[in-house]
Structure formats: structure tokens, C-alpha cells
Ligand binder design. Structure first.
Ligand code: 13P
Length: 253
């Protein structure tokens, strides 16, 4: 059985002191790592301190993006080497906000996935359609293409460890989540795509999250779906109580 994974994506929120205080607050209160993996993806400046604060607990720390090169003349970028040095376990790659606002492409997503694995960081690769694409019934086609491009050239063992977050763009920060059934349908497309590219065993190992207006009172409906193994949560991950409630709700009975 796949271990559920609930990840908070804090985006550009909080300051260092608040980030560390959050970890101190949730430390020891999350489910164990074998029951539900809990991850906070925070701004890069906070990661090392958060990781130190999380020591000895089951909570894991993640980044929100990274560059694919180890070092060089890339002003403002964060190297995977520096993330690994800060002790991060996961990094989000290809979030729709990065694709829309910061020129992330399927090609750069793919290069970043390769770089992340090289440094033993597990990617949470995001995909999802716009409202227009959904209205044109292109959801499956768009998501399939993003997944195929993202995993290009990855070996089977790495794909088994991969987390893919399906986040319909129209559901992000809008309070308007996808219905659990619709989300499951698209997550099934993702799993089938991996089965076609690799094999059924790899597809069954892969974890798929839903993201977009997930909250403590709706996470269960997503977790009940066959192809949904967790959630990538923005707004509702900022408060410790709300994050802990979602982590507990994600536990399989
Ligand atoms: P919200 O949970 O605020 O809708 O954000 C979703 C998201 O973008 C997580 O990556």
C-alpha cells in the first residue's frame, strides 16, 4: 500500500521566526512517517533552520523550486547542491505559478527532475490544466503531455519514488476545489500514463497528490479516491492546527 503524503506549500508566506515556530508547534504531533508522510515546502531561506528544528521528528522539509545546475552564473537561483546541504528531502518542481509567472517549461521541469534525483532529493512534480483547457475537455490530454515530458529519461526506480501533484489551475487559491471524483479521474490518467511509459508495478508505486483548495473538511473525500494518495496544500497549510488536522485525516483507517 502507498503511504499517504500531505505536503504544505507555503508559497511566499511567513518570515523565518514564524517558520521555525510552526515546526516547533507541530513537532511530535504529526502521524508517524510510516502512517502519513508530512512535508512543509517553504521559502529557501528558511529550510536549513526548519530542518534543524524538525530534527528527531517525523516532519520533513521541502523546497518550492530549484535550478538544474549545481552552480554557476544564475543570479537569484537555488542550486540542488545547496538544497541537499540544507537537508531537504523533497522539492516541488513545475508548480503552475512557476510555469505561468517564471517561465518554467516542460523541458526545464524534466531537467530539474534529473538534477533532483542526482542529489537524492525527491521531486513533487506538479501538473494541471487551466479553466479554458478544462472547458475545452482537454484536461486528460494536457496532463498526459506534462507527465510524459516531465519524466522523460528517468529510470524506473526513480519514478517509483516520484510524487506527482495534480493541481487544476482553476482550483488553486480560489476556494473552488475539484470534485473528488473528477480529480480521481485525472489522477487515473496520470497513473495510466506511467504504466504505459514504464509498467504497472511502477505506476502502482507512484504517489499522486491532489492540490487546489484542500482543507481539513474536504481532504478525506480526496483521500478516499483510488488514485489519490495525498494532498499538496497552499493556504490551509499555513496554520499548525489546520495542517495537523489534514495530516490526521489523511491516515488510512
Ligand atoms: P491552495 O491550497 O491555497 O488552493 O493552493 C494549492 C497549491 O497551489 C498548492 O501547491
Amino acid at each position: 500500500m502507498r503511504t499517504p503524503i500531505v505536503a504544505g506549500n507555503w508559497k511566499m508566506n511567513k518570515v523565518y521566526r514564524e517558520a521555525v515556530a510552526f515546526i516547533e508547534e507541530v513537532k511530535g504531533k504529526t502521524p508517524s512517517k510510516d502512517e502519513v508522510e508530512t512535508v512543509i515546502c517553504a521559502p529557501a531561506l528558511f529550510l536549513k533552520g526548519m530542518n534543524e528544528a524538525a530534527e528527531g521528528s517525523d516532519i520533513q522539509i521541502g523546497a518550492q523550486t530549484m535550478h538544474f545546475e549545481d552552480s554557476g552564473a544564475f543570479t537569484g537561483e537555488i542550486s540542488p547542491l545547496a538544497l541537499a546541504d540544507a537537508g531537504v528531502t523533497y522539492t516541488i518542481i513545475g508548480h503552475s505559478e512557476r510555469r505561468e509567472l517564471f517561465n518554467e517549461t516542460d523541458d526545464s521541469v524534466n531537467r530539474k527532475l534529473h538534477a533532483a534525483y542526482y542529489h537524492n532529493i525527491i521531486p513533487i512534480m506538479c501538473c494541471g490544466e487551466t479553466l479554458k483547457e478544462r472547458e475545452q475537455h482537454k484536461t486528460a490530454e494536457v496532463v498526459k503531455k506534462q507527465v510524459e515530458a516531465g519524466v522523460k529519461g528517468l529510470d524506473r526506480e526513480n519514478v517509483k519514488r516520484l510524487v506527482i501533484a495534480y493541481e487544476p489551475i482553476w482550483a488553486i487559491g480560489t476556494g473552488r476545489s475539484s470534485s473528488a471524483g473528477d480529480a480521481n479521474e485525472t489522477c487515473a490518467v496520470i497513473r495510466n500514463t506511467i504504466a504505459e511509459l514504464y509498467d504497472e508495478e511502477t505506476a502502482q508505486a507512484l504517489r499522486i497528490q491532489y492540490g487546489g483548495s484542500v482543507k481539513p473538511d474536504n481532504i478525506k473525500s480526496f483521500m478516499e479516491q483510488e488514485h489519490i494518495d495525498g494532498a499538496l496544500v497552499g493556504g490551509a497549510s499555513l496554520a499548525p492546527d489546520s495542517f495537523l488536522d489534514m495530516a490526521k485525516e489523511a491516515k488510512y483507517e
